[in-house]
Design a protein around this ligand. Structure first.
Ligand SMILES: *Cc1c(COP(=O)(O)O)cnc(C)c1O
Length: 376
């Protein structure tokens, strides 16, 4: 049996596919020399807005900055509660305390891994009783699947919360005919290389339909500029999408729809081959995932991971610790019923190799290895 290593994410195959176009795009930037705010930035922003349907898309330094800029635009500060799911990358959690606000950690649902609306509702009541001002909820579209925005937007409206979608993993997904980018008042995304739409370094974007909010981001990301960057009307930060990264993203977004279709095909194949031995990811009927990651719930997770490693196949645990168990976050409030689902999942989730260039033979090897680890 072939035992060549199988990568978790394979950026090299994509590089080969669009090598000449990427090389030309980078060379064009080096020739015009406008490395900051070059024309490619606006061109990519227009493509991203077109792709998602969002009225305004603004490139920035990375996905974490995108979240921070949004919270700054909403004036988040001490005394404010920012509700986040327990199962996520730490960036979702860190932006609240960075601005002096309190992250309040909410449980997730067992079948989608996304924020549990009932746990959110209870956490909002609890935060108010603690004397906090419930201000922002950040649902995360974990592994590429949009969160339950219908329920969360309704709860947010009832309690006066602003909804900020953490779509770092989910651009390319949708609910019905509404794409990620348009499912909440604000959307933040990341172009970290391994995300479904990644660049060749750090990058991110903020999306919104609201022109006033968009203008605030444009100011905050350039040192709080007014008329120009030497006229400073508020305290801001420096967070830009580099021209070279925008030029690369223009080429990558052109092939992105095909890549999403490939990811869907691969996810379906995994589901069909593993549903009897693991809890495989399920999508509600009208939901499309970007399939950033393919994550199953395995009773003998560590055993499966070990067998994969022995076979030269990469797999990763996203995430082995819920936010509230991270040492820097032990003292922040959690939803009143605790976070039993996040705790359970953290012990059993495993993400398998997933990228648009995973061929059928390689995927069959992953599947055979997982099956033999579970059923011997
Ligand atoms: C990657 C990621 C981020 C942060 O993006 P960066 O560009 O690395 O700052 C935020 N939230 C989630 C859920 C992510 O996966």
């Amino acid at each position: 049996m072939n035992s060549a290593p199988i990568a978790f994410v394979d950026l090299k195959s994509q590089r080969e596919r669009i090598r000449s176009r990427i090389d030309a795009a980078i060379a064009a930037v080096m020739d015009h020399g406008i490395y900051i705010h070059g024309k490619e930035v606006g061109e990519f922003e227009a493509m991203l807005a077109e792709f998602t349907g969002a009225e305004h898309a603004m490139g920035c330094g990375n996905g974490t900055d995108a979240l921070q800029l949004i919270l700054m635009a909403e004036g988040v500060g001490p005394g404010d509660a920012v509700f986040i799911p327990a199962l996520t990358f730490i960036a979702t959690a860190e932006v609240a305390p960075l601005l002096g606000a309190t992250p309040v950690i909410v449980d997730v649902l067992p079948n989608t891994f996304n924020m549990d609306p009932n746990s959110l509702e209870d956490a909002v009541t609890m935060a108010r009783e603690m004397g906090l001002n419930p201000k922002i909820v950040i649902p995360v579209d974990l592994f590429g699947q949009p969160a339950d925005y219908n329920s969360i937007n309704t709860i947010a409206e009832r309690h006066g919360l602003i909804v900020v979608a953490d779509a770092a993993q989910s651009v390319g997904g949708s609910v019905g005919n509404i794409k990620v980018g348009k499912l909440a008042t604000w959307t933040a995304t990341s172009f970290f290389p391994s995300k479904p739409l990644g660049c060749y370094g750090d990058g991110g974007a903020v999306m919104t339909d609201d022109p006033t909010r968009a203008a605030l981001i444009r100011s905050l990301q350039v040192h709080g500029k007014g008329e120009n960057k030497y006229d400073n009307v508020r305290v801001g930060i420096n967070s830009r999408l580099d021209t070279i990264q925008a030029a690369i993203l223009k080429e990558k977004i052109a092939i992105f729809p095909c890549e999403i279709i490939a990811r869907e095909r691969i996810a379906k194949r995994y589901n069909a081959a593993l549903f009897d031995i693991a809890a495989v990811p399920t999508l509600a009927g009208n939901i499309k995932s970007s399939w950033a990651l393919y994550t199953g719930v395995f009773e003998s997770r560590d055993e499966v991971m070990l067998k994969l490693k022995d076979a030269g196949i990469s797999s990763v645990v996203y995430y082995s610790l819920p936010v509230n168990r991270q040492r820097g976050y032990l003292n922040y409030p959690v939803a009143p019923a605790g976070l039993p689902t996040a705790d359970l999942l953290a012990g059993k989730v495993l993400s398998l190799p997933m990228h648009p260039y995973l061929d059928e033979q390689a995927q069959a090897r992953v599947i055979d290895t997982v099956r033999s680890a579970v059923i011997g």
